[in-house]
Design a protein around this ligand. Structure first.
Ligand code: PMP
Length: 285
């Protein structure tokens, strides 16, 4: 069955939804996006995603086509119209369609806004949470403003392909000897009683899941260190994991072919996943 998607004010069957070939998202990757997960038919951390959307738009001097209330209503409409109990909602905003020119177009050009759903069972009961992921390391060759959630995702795609070719699930990217993040997630290691993850800056995306998980970790009296770490430190860690809106908290059990800790998902990781899912389900809207 075809999905109902949202394009510039209209709810349409996906086959009827179109954007211009002159859209700057298509021509220049001049657009930003968000992904919000749905559990039990409700949105997980919608407010966090709406806030980061605004930040990405502000950094690129792009207009926000909706208010937060309107955006929430669109998300809810899509959940209802597509009967989503578990899955993801993608939101894309671009600077709109204009005559091709590197310079931003005139003020009156309207941004393009598109939302679509992906039904996906097994987000919360993902079997990978029990077995863990294998990752490889690759050089981070992305641009320097990774804190803006733009639609230019080609290097992360190349990273996923490299991981796949190596028989792994994902790649962690390394810059100047330190891990930045995963291709579509934030990266963590656990050593002793410390949870270590790279500090915020232009080098990584400010994960919405990261913010919540670190808050829950601190509330549970766990020690959090926001600092860079190397691949060597990661390989010698007791546990490793990733966070993202679609995987929540997911254990990493192998890095570049070497087992992390005892090669099984760790206890700290499992506890954080449980707390995250419990708390976020309670707060879902
Ligand atoms: N880093 C990158 C590069 C990502 O693409 C993502 C997911 N979009 C994340 C981190 C995790 O962010 P969030 O927790 O907001 O999904």
């Amino acid at each position: 069955m075809s999905r109902i998607v949202y394009v510039n004010g209209d709810y349409l069957p996906e086959e009827q939804a179109t954007v211009s070939i002159f859209d700057r998202g298509f021509l220049f990757a001049d657009g930003v996006y968000e992904v919000t997960s749905v559990l039990d038919g409700k949105l997980i951390d919608f407010a966090g995603h709406a806030k980061r959307l605004q930040r990405s738009l502000d950094e690129l001097e792009m207009k926000n086509p909706t208010t937060e209330d309107e955006l929430l209503e669109i998300h809810r409409q899509l959940v209802a119209r597509n009967d989503i109990t578990e899955g993801l909602i993608y939101l894309q905003v671009t600077r709109g369609a204009a005559d091709r020119d590197f310079a931003y177009p005139a003020e009156d050009v309207k941004p393009t806004i598109v939302l679509f759903t992906q039904a996906k069972t097994g987000l919360a009961d993902n079997p990978m949470a029990k077995t863990g992921m294998k990752i490889i390391s690759i050089e981070d060759q992305r641009w320097g403003r990774r804190d803006i959630k733009t639609v230019q995702l080609l290097y992360p795609s190349m990273g996923k392909m490299a991981a796949k070719a190596a028989g792994a699930h994902d790649a962690w990217m390394v810059e100047d000897g330190f891990v930045t993040e995963g291709t579509s997630n934030n990266a963590y290691i656990v050593k002793g009683n410390s949870i270590i993850t790279r500090h915020l800056g232009h080098e990584i995306l400010h994960g919405i899941t990261r913010a919540a998980v670190l808050r829950f970790a601190r509330e549970a009296q766990m020690k959090v260190e926001e600092r860079p770490f190397t691949m060597e430190e990661a390989k010698a860690a007791d546990e490793a994991f990733i966070t993202s809106a679609s995987t929540f908290v997911m254990p990493v059990v192998e890095i570049d072919g070497e087992a992390v800790g005892n090669g099984q998902p760790g206890e700290v990781t499992a506890r954080l996943r449980e707390i995250y899912l419990d708390e976020m389900r309670k707060a879902a809207v």
